[in-house]
Design a protein around this ligand. Sequence first.
Ligand code: BMP
Length: 264
Amino acid sequence: MNTNKTYAERAARHPNACAKQLFELMERKKTNLSVAADVTTKKELLAVADAVGPFVCVLKTHIDIVEDFDQDLVDQLVALSKKHDFLIFEDRKFADIGNTVKHQYGKGIYKIASWSHITNAHTVPGEGIISGLREVGLPLGRGIILLAEMSTKGALTQGAYTTESVAMARRNQDFVFGFIAQHKMNESDDEDFVVMAPGVGLDVVGDSLGQQYRTPHQVILESGCDVIIVGRGIYGKPDEIEAQATRYREAGWNAYLERVRQHQ
Ligand code: BMP
């Protein structure tokens, strides 16, 4: 099962350029941590990105919550991604028909495809959403992941919805390389999807708005996910950003090493 191999082995054999690049980066930097930088000003976002940069494989953004967004923010984020060697993942959660998402991805104020290495999409509209995003993203070397399972209480992303979402990914492996999900999705040696898991926390089990947290140990070792996404657990206390990033990075990496060791 590819899930239990090293990130380096998975990088070497992966047919999808985006997944290959991500696995190589994770191995090189020895990190499976992604930080969700959910702050609302340009200054804070750049400060968080610069502080967590050395510890992460992926910086996850919600660019539409930044009150003073401008092109310079994007230019600086891209510069930081090069300086610290991380990928940018705009968590846009596209959810419309193919023709609409195509414009939302490539145009408008944000022009997401021009700077975000990875983005994601809901599967509610069916496979046309992937086709629309592909038209814009594939020529730029981008890749997407599908939301197969959400972390929140009462999420409808379960059962047949999840199964069908995975089936959609299987049919579109040139462009879709993984999922937002809570457990591994690989079923045979022929596939190697990257699973990024949000809802990760070491100190609390949830928030007042339905979020549910599990530990890096549960997510990586017990559930077979590949990347832990941590938001408030890291940027929540501005004085401790580096310390918390170090803590989560170690927890995630140790859980991964243990997973590899158990399957050798
Ligand atoms: P936090 O660790 O502060 O709860 O943040 C989690 C992040 O992951 C948020 O940016 C949220 O949008 C995202 N996310 C999530 O929490 N659950 C999902 O199922 C999918 C997400 O993208």
